[in-house]
Design a protein around this ligand. Structure first.
Ligand SMILES: Cc1cc2nc3c(=O)[nH]c(=O)nc-3n(C[C@H](O)[C@H](O)[C@H](O)COP(=O)(O)OP(=O)(O)OC[C@H]3O[C@@H](n4cnc5c(N)ncnc54)[C@H](O)[C@@H]3O)c2cc1C
Length: 475
């Protein structure tokens, strides 16, 4: 396990080989000459130009088994990518497995668990939990998949209240490197189960998971939006809220500069906004008492905070659900939110700073995800107190260079936490060492060696620094 498989050494696929897979597979298998190729190969992350060898839209676990066996025989790698929010471009010489058809959701409210297929989006999960008084540990975006988020660790609206998404995995149905389906649990295979709780997609193709649900009979949340000019007061008030917040309260501050472009609605085009997004597990009055410092700033210009149903969680942060322009981004974990950090953020990205960045967000972390037992998975614990994340579109290499300089400037004076944020908050070019410490990465490599010694599976952030190459098949 040492060399790199690339487009240069990937085997050429002939029609007979493709026909063999099609014959063993119920879902569509799409090749480069097919009309559906462009739509099939492209990830959600539009800045990434991935070029797999073939795309298999699997219909069930038997299809995944067929893909794995076929890839073994033909010397190709296998990469699962439900949507591609986290695509990183390393797909030469792979069969790309699309899981949208694995859409099973079965909620067992009495046991507080759910069985969830590997194609299920967070919006579908939210809808299934409406009226149950239960929540799953979701992130902010409704079009991301449950499995994609949980395998990568995950930063959740509920991380402070209940812990990390990865730690809610109870059992994982997985097709292994021999093309065989297994249910992996802490009892059946402790090392592999540990790795799946945050280590990503390097260990097999997951077809479904069983997850823990958490009691949240009342939810209150939404967005409080102020004018961008009020950012200094709002950020100071938000910092105060975070210093005393109970674990049930998660708040994220977001400074937005909407470009003066015809695609942006006229009423907000070219304007700046300072928002605080809120999720509280509890009653409206309790939440409002905790938000008092923000209310003292003055009236909002728009707000959506209210008692929420589970199906409304994905709308809080008003994030895009369709792919947009190519973006450059950074995510930077840090531990202490003091006046120096606030002043630096305002000076480099506030109104009047001339920043090219369109969104600058700070999420308050901590709580249960920090107090968690780190031994149950690489993504079981998130230790940084906050994350500073920012982004901007970049339509040319010159624009990307300008944005990258602004991103570097933004994080330069904010002391980086010693600890990472898991795989889901890595940018495309970041190695797994930026997500987890050396000990966890070393253990992930041992598990990889044990379950996939030939490097069949290819994650977006692989546990080895270079993609392992599978030996060419004997002919
Ligand atoms: C707008 C936006 C908002 C986001 N918000 C959050 C957030 O609040 N919190 C957070 O933690 N993350 C967030 N993310 C990051 C997101 O969680 C990751 O991109 C993650 O990869 C899930 O995206 P996906 O479902 O499209 O998976 P993909 O990007 O399609 O897959 C990512 C990787 O997951 C693995 N994988 C996925 N499914 C399988 C499977 N069935 N079997 C084996 N491996 C698999 C593979 O290694 C794959 O490369 C956000 C991303 C975007 C673009």
């Amino acid at each position: 396990m040492s060399e790199t498989r690339s487009s240069v050494n990937a085997p050429a696929l002939d029609q007979a080989a493709i026909a063999l897979l099609r014959g063993a597979h119920r879902g569509p298998v799409v090749a480069a000459e097919d009309e559906e190729w462009e739509a099939s190969r492209r990830p959600w992350h539009s800045g990434v130009d991935q070029q797999p060898a073939l795309v298999a839209h699997v219909a069930d676990a038997a299809d995944v088994e067929a893909v794995v066996r076929w890839a073994q025989q033909h010397g190709l790698a296998v990469a699962a990518q439900p949507r591609g929010h986290g695509a990183t471009a390393h797909l030469d010489g792979t069969v790309l497995v699309r899981t949208a058809a694995l859409d099973e959701i079965a909620v067992d409210a009495a046991r507080r668990t759910a069985r969830v297929g590997a194609g299920v989006s967070w919006q579908a999960m939210f809808d299934a939990l409406d009226g149950t008084g239960l929540v799953a540990l979701s992130g902010s975006n409704p079009s991301v998949t449950v499995v994609g988020l949980m395998l990568g660790g995950g930063l959740s609206w509920f991380g402070r209240a209940f812990g990390t998404p990865a730690s809610s995995l109870l059992a994982v149905d997985l097709v292994d490197a021999t093309g065989t389906s297994h249910t992996v649990t802490a009892e059946s295979d402790p090392d592999l189960f540990w790795a799946l709780r945050g280590g990503g997609g390097d260990f097999g193709v997951v077809t479904a998971v069983e997850i823990a649900l958490h009691p949240a009979p009342e939810l209150y949340g939404g967005r409080l939006a102020f004018a961008g000019e009020q950012a200094p007061e709002v950020l100071r008030a938000w910092a105060e809220v975070t210093r005393t917040a109970p674990d049930e309260l998660a708040t994220w501050a977001m400074l937005m500069h909407l470009p003066d472009l015809p695609q942006i609605p006229e009423e907000v085009r070219g304007r700046s906004f300072m928002s605080v997004d809120v999720m509280f597990v509890g009653l409206p009055d309790e939440a409002e008492a905790l938000l008092a410092p923000l209310r003292a700033v003055g009236p909002t210009i728009r707000e959506t905070v209210r008692a929420l149903r589970a199906s409304e969680i994905g709308g809080i942060a008003e994030e895009p659900v369709e792919p947009g322009p190519p973006m450059r981004a950074v995510s930077h974990p840090f531990d202490v939110l003091d006046d120096d950090v606030l002043e630096h953020v305002l000076a480099t990205a506030g109104v009047g700073s001339g920043t090219p960045l369109v969104g600058v967000q700070m999420r308050h972390l901590g709580g249960a995800q920090t107090a968690a037992d780190p031994s149950t998975g690489p993504g079981a614990q998130i230790r940084p107190g906050y994350v500073l994340a920012a982004m901007a579109p970049a339509f040319s290499p010159e624009a990307a260079a300008v944005v990258d300089e602004a991103l570097r400037g933004l994080v330069s004076a904010v002391p980086r936490s010693e600890h990472g944020l898991g795989i889901t908050f890595l940018q495309a070019d970041q190695p797994i060492e930026d997500a987890y410490g050396a000990e966890a990465v070393g253990r992930l490599r041992e598990v990889k060696q044990a379950v996939d010694p030939d490097g069949l599976f290819r994650s977006n952030h692989p546990v080895h620094p270079v993609h392992p190459v599978r030996p060419a098949p004997a002919t």
